[in-house]
Design a protein around this ligand. Sequence first.
Ligand SMILES: Cc1cc2nc3c(=O)[nH]c(=O)nc-3n(C[C@H](O)[C@H](O)[C@H](O)COP(=O)(O)O)c2cc1C
Length: 188
Amino acid sequence: MDTPTLTEQDIRKRIWQELGRATQDRHHEWRTPVLATVGLDGTPNARTVVLRHADAAQSRLQIFTDSRSPKIEELAAQPAAMLSFWSKRLNWQLRVRVNMSIEVSGPQVEAVWARVSQSAAAGDYLSASAPGDALNTSDKAELNSGTPREHHLAVLTAQVQDIDWLELARSGHRRALLGANNWQWLVP
Ligand SMILES: Cc1cc2nc3c(=O)[nH]c(=O)nc-3n(C[C@H](O)[C@H](O)[C@H](O)COP(=O)(O)O)c2cc1C
């Protein structure tokens, strides 16, 4: 997208508008960013996640996961992480530096679970084994047994530190670093 007339404030506003839309629209390209973390051995780790909530006023993004998944331990050890988004429609890439907090219990998790438990995704958070475990043939049978189980839903809240925004355009690429209160144009 060529956006010569957009001001810095317009771009910032549009970024958060599109992040908000991505949480509502299954087809939005920003719905499934890549979350990069530092692995427990210090090497990088990355995986696709679903963007569940975007709060422009608080500069926060939210993701749901299984509390037993390896990324939880990684984020507990090193909360600094990055979310990478690309949209071909917008021709915009975002590299969002975040500080991640993890909630595995409490009112917010229970409020989210109240909704998720009614959805098709409920099973993702109810399995007897943790994500990444070797597949155990009894897992599926247990899930279908009808016994109520404890959920393993965790809510990840990403406090945005800054956003590296890159726009690809025929007329010239543009890049900027958006801090909470500042704007720095960068060489693309
Ligand atoms: C399109 C797509 C969406 C995904 N969404 C999520 C998600 O919202 N939360 C999540 O924990 N894993 C999600 N996953 C699975 C992760 O990519 C990953 O395989 C899993 O969370 C285990 O990661 P870990 O071993 O690094 O913890 C998604 C995968 C794909 C392909």
